[in-house]
Design a protein around this ligand. Structure first.
Ligand SMILES: [Zn+2]
Length: 161
């Protein structure tokens, strides 16, 4: 297994995180750490609205108070995880139904809870689809050039008859 990318201070149940929600503060002290919780962020709202992966049905079971292992001054924040049968934790993410690169908005109605595995798969599928579109365009350009060249050849050879 790859080295953990996050330093973990502790874990909280989904219910415990629900009870932390406040409209006045985006900070909390958890496990002795100052934790930044963007209660109003699309990511957080999406994870609170549904803990279930919209693609495979995997369910987030807990929140972890953690920060990136790399980088100085990284803030502790909450990440939600599911646990699969072999005990592996799977990070739950906020997926944009219409990708932001394709003009999708960063709003709750364009966001859905998705596990990392499905999110990665979706990205690969989107990349392949984009490449297929480009390849088909190239094939179509080559086909039209072929038609033009055949017509040119036809007209030249028919002049010689
Ligand atoms: Zn999934």
């Amino acid at each position: 297994m790859s080295k953990r990318a996050y330093i973990r201070a502790g874990v909280l149940s989904i219910e415990e995180v629900f009870s932390l929600i406040t409209t006045t503060s985006e900070k909390a002290v958890l496990f002795g750490k100052n934790v930044k919780i963007s209660f109003t962020s699309v990511r957080f709202q999406t994870l609170l609205r549904s803990q279930v992966c919209s693609s495979c049905g995997l369910e987030g079971k807990f929140f972890s108070v953690e920060k990136h292992a790399k980088g100085e001054g990284q803030a502790y924040h909450l990440n939600m995880y599911a646990v699969i049968t072999d005990g592996t934790e799977v990070l739950m993410t906020c997926d944009h139904t219409v990708a932001r690169s394709l003009g999708g908005s960063d709003t709750l109605d364009n966001a859905t809870t998705m596990c990392t595995k499905c999110n990665v798969k979706k990205s690969v599928v989107e990349c392949l689809k984009k490449e297929l579109i480009l390849l088909k365009e190239r094939v179509s350009q080559i086909e039209s050039r072929l038609v033009v060249r055949e017509a040119q050849l036809d007209s030249i050879t028919s002049c010689n008859r």
